[in-house]
Design a protein around this ligand. Structure first.
Ligand SMILES: Nc1ncnc2c1ncn2[C@@H]1O[C@H](COP(=O)(O)OP(=O)(O)OP(=O)(O)O)[C@@H](O)[C@H]1O
Ligand SMILES: [Mg+2]
Length: 518
């Protein structure tokens, strides 16, 4: 059946992830119901047939036995007086009983007193062929014999010592009864066959009109779930209103998802475009602002030199200036101007650092990736070597597990590792020796790298913001710009991975990131 194939297809597609592999389909359930009801009907039929045959046989035996008893009583006098006509008359009364095929009254010496055979119209009241056939099928003869005792007029029935004066016998032909019974059972069997046929047809109709559309719906839902192809629609089945309502609702839902998906896609495109423009803008701004910044720094230096010159020029005349004015001039020359230039220099340096951060991140999206096989073990060891001074100062120990080789951009991966390791050292707790562990796990088609430290940790509310640009945690006084983790996150994204953080304030942090194998 086609629906059966569809069902197995649905089952295969959904398989383990859905977790209902062993659940039977509706078609299978319907077939099972049909099989069980057919079985019950068959058993009932067999039991009914058995019961009817046995009770019919018992009834007939009972009836024949009564007939033989009556015949035996009525035959007492004819036997005593060897009255053949009375005996024949007695036997003739049996013609009213259709089953009786022959009977006889026999004397005690074995001679037959009278015999009975039914009249031809009674014997042939069944079509010959059917009767012949039934004769062959059933050995349908039943013979009963009964002794006839000498009459005792004082105790006609209870006297056990009465003499046997003869015997009566009756033979019954059950063919007619069996034929009647077979007709009833045949009709019954036909009705059951009809019910079974009706059940089967209904089952197939149900499978076609309900199960098939349901399976179609399930299959489409699964395919959409897997391919996210919201163009698909399920066909309406005009025969069943409830099913149509479901299908109609499903199609409506798909339409809404599709239009939202398109809207989202448009917004994503727009965002990507804005993002690109923003990156270009930040690149241009940070790049172009550097020149004026250098100029400002240059002129501040120039200002310092000019101040020195001015001091030298003013030195001879200072003695001539009244004391009050001299103090004011010296305050300007030695305090106000140097303090201002110091502030300007500090501001420019800070501005420069920020611009470098922005420039670094905006460059990230612009630079070409150079994918090659990278030995991450070596990369990590080189990095540990390069921060040996800082880690010794912080009493930090590194524990590095064997790390894999991976196809990626060596420069970006080096930057990621450098930032994570320098943070791990930088934010160790000065009150205890530091331990920094590095390891990697293989997960399907990607590696996950871990950097764990037992440092200051990051509070829950800070965990959300540390990956943002220029944002820093507030549990330490260490210098920094708040650029490193933002750069790390962007670089990992650029390489096709993700970063996550687990941290407990006061205990330490685990940064982990994934990278595709290649
Ligand atoms: N291993 C760590 N343990 C505890 N806090 C950390 C750790 N790594 C990062 N942080 C917190 O996250 C903040 C952001 O880190 P990020 O590397 O972006 O900037 P930074 O280290 O402050 O400055 P820089 O730009 O020089 O790296 C840090 O200021 C610090 O509060
Ligand atoms: Mg940092």
């Amino acid at each position: 059946m086609r629906t059966g194939n569809m069902a197995s297809k649905v089952k295969n597609t959904s398989s383990a992830e859905a977790g209902f592999v062993d659940s039977p389909t509706i078609s299978r359930r319907l077939n099972a119901i049909l099989r069980v009801s057919t079985g019950i009907m068959l058993i009932s039929f067999i039991l009914f047939t058995g019961y009817t045959v046995i009770s019919k046989y018992r009834d007939t035996v009972q009836r024949m036995r009564s007939l033989a008893s009556i015949l035996a009583i009525n035959s007492e006098a004819p036997l005593v007086f060897s009255d053949k006509p009375s005996a024949e008359e007695n036997l003739h009364s049996l013609s009213a009983i259709a089953e009786v095929s022959s009977a006889g009254i026999v004397k005690s010496n074995g001679d037959t007193l009278a015999n009975y055979a039914p009249p031809p119209n009674l014997a042939q009241n069944l079509p010959g062929t059917a009767q012949d056939l039934l004769h062959k099928v059933f050995t349908g003869r039943l013979r009963l014999e009964q002794s006839v005792l000498a009459p005792n007029h004082q105790h006609p029935v209870t006297d056990p010592g009465r003499q046997i004066i003869g015997q009566v016998w009756i033979e019954a032909d059950l063919t007619g009864a069996w034929l009647e019974l077979s007709a009833v059972l045949g009709v019954f069997a036909l009705v059951m066959l009809g019910i079974y046929g009706l059940g089967r047809t209904l089952n197939n109709r149900l499978a076609y009109s309900v199960v098939k559309p349901l399976e179609e719906l399930a299959q489409t839902a699964l395919e959409i779930g897997q391919n996210r192809n919201y163009d698909r629609r399920v066909q309406l089945h005009p025969s069943i209103i409830e099913l149509n309502t479901v299908v109609y609702g499903f199609n409506q839902m798909l339409e809404q998802i599709q239009s939202r998906d398109e809207e989202l896609q448009n917004r994503r495109d727009l965002l990507e475009q804005y993002n690109e423009e923003l990156k270009d803008f930040s690149y241009i701004v940070s790049h172009d602002l550097r020149a004026p910044m250098i100029n400002v720094q240059g002129f501040v230096n120039e200002l310092g030199l000019s101040l020195e010159e001015l001091r030298k020029i003013l030195a001879p005349v200072m003695e001539l200036i009244p004391e009050q004015k001299k103090t004011a001039v010296l305050e300007i020359l030695d305090d106000d101007i140097p303090t201002s230039t110091r502030f300007i220099t500090g501001g420019v340096a800070k501005m420069n650092q920020l611009l470098s951060g922005i420039l670094k991140i905006s460059r990230l999206g612009r630079q070409e990736l150079n994918i090659c096989l990278v030995d991450t073990q070596r990369l990590v060891n080189d990095n540990i070597e390069s921060i040996k001074y800082q880690s010794d100062q912080a009493r930090a120990k590194f524990q590095v597990q064997p790390l894999p080789q991976i196809e990626t951009d060596a420069y970006l991966l080096a930057q990621i590792i450098a930032n994570l390791l320098s943070n791990a050292v930088k934010y160790l707790d000065p009150k205890r020796p530091g331990t920094i562990e590095i390891w990697a796990d293989e997960q399907n088609d990607q590696f996950r790298f871990f950097v764990k430290d037992n440092g200051l940790g990051i509070s829950e509310q800070d965990q959300k913001k540390v990956f943002e640009m220029f944002r820093r945690g507030n549990n330490h006084t260490v210098e920094g710009e708040g650029v490193g983790l933002n750069y790390v996150k962007s670089a990992i994204k650029r390489l096709g991975g993700t970063i996550s953080l687990e941290s407990t304030a006061g205990q330490g942090s685990v940064f982990s990131f994934t990278l595709p194998k290649g």
